[in-house]
Design a protein around this ligand. Sequence first.
Ligand code: ADP
Length: 491
Amino acid sequence: MRPMNILMVASEAAPFAKVGGLGDVVSSLAQHLSLLGNDVRVLLPFYSTIGEEHRKKFRPIPAVFSIHLGEEHFARIWEYVSPEKVCFYFLEYDRYYHRDRLYDSGGDGFDDNAYRFTFLCRAAIDLPDFLQWTPDIYHVHDWMAALVPVYLETVARRGRLAKTASVLTIHNLQHQGYADRSILAYGGLWDSLFRSDQLEACGGVNFLKGGIYFANKLSTVSRSYAEEIQWPEGGCGLHGLLRFRSGDLVGIINGIGEEDWNPATDGRIPHGFSAENLEGKAKCKGHFFREHWKPVAADAMPLFVVISRLYWQKGLDVLADILPWVVNGMAVRFAILGSGDASLENHFRFLGECFRDRIWVRIGYDESLSHLLEAAGDFFAMPSRFEPCGLNQLYSMRYGTLPIVRATGGLRESVQSYAGGVANGTGFVFQDLTHQSLHDAIGWACATYYDRPDDIRTMQRNGMAQDFSWKKSARRYLELYGWALEKKNNS
Ligand code: ADP
């Protein structure tokens, strides 16, 4: 396959701007596509939250960048080329991106989010003329970039981008992006797109719906999730449209950044380890207790870890409900790192205070601590209501920390459940998100830990031997880009 020009458009890209898995995926996929010989560029907002350590490496492109919304706007583009030769473009426009956080001020989203990301999408369309560079493919991620295919197939369908195809990846269908009809005039989009089969939904404009309708090809981040979203239970109101487009929809499981998440070389953990020698893992556990959970010391009790955004999707409200029951009935400890919904944050804080020697809670976002916890843990709890792919179960398996997951989306696809007495699994999988089921799954893991330590070792080795590299998935995306180009130009 000939090398392609690929322009990714996203609201996050690690390490510059990351709230969840989206940021990890955009950057690692871009790197791998570049290493396969493609010209890969990424456009994202120049958020004021991007750290000085990064921004000092950015260079401004010395020309005014004009963006053709309903009215013309002027912005600036900063550029950074990574060691893997991915070119990142940062769209500077302080009115929209000079905020303390990416999407919200701690509660609901910012009122003008629809405007902020319409601006990003139109900028993505105007960027090729500005750079004098033509992408073969726009790979756009989630609702924040979903208007790109809409522009591409309507107002921008002639000229430089006439042959450019688009792929939309849905990382999370729950967030769709809504605005009232006036966003079309703001964005310079045709009012005729306000149709119930295209952009209109419930009397307003639905960004993701428009992207799903117009993108040449669609993907989600696991095969299971691609199937689940075609049903009313998982389709968040868009199942009909997704089913209509099912011939163009594929599931490609995320990989993980092998350099970032490798227990043998991870600079953020105090002791390296591998499947052959897990001594370093036990030392990391000791280190975690010494440095973060004094006066409690590491002992024979298993350590269950949670690292997560604290939202309804993650099912952690159910975990919070049963934790007193769990720690009163089982010899286990829990370490929880997360932030999100204020009431859930408070619930966990309260549990941490009530059970100081059994439940450790840190509210916040801490990248280094997340690596240490993955290394120190025995089990990782992920009882998600839905999970398009999930990264933490992959990191956990890599670090010999056995995931306990609900059978949904990417969790179902990536974790092989332990069959009692046959240690061919890589974790513990349960079906229904009820208090009883989650309690029993934790009990199952706990009993295996105490009664069958050899099975635990075997499962750790099984998980650590899995190939979660991007190599395979990056090639599948290239294949998908090829199909998108074919569809755009041969039909
Ligand atoms: P989602 O994208 O739905 O948040 P994923 O499992 O796909 O879930 O990805 C979550 C990513 O965010 C992982 O890299 C995880 O380590 C990271 N993460 C989530 N919460 C925190 C936190 N409080 N501190 C550090 N990292 C976090």
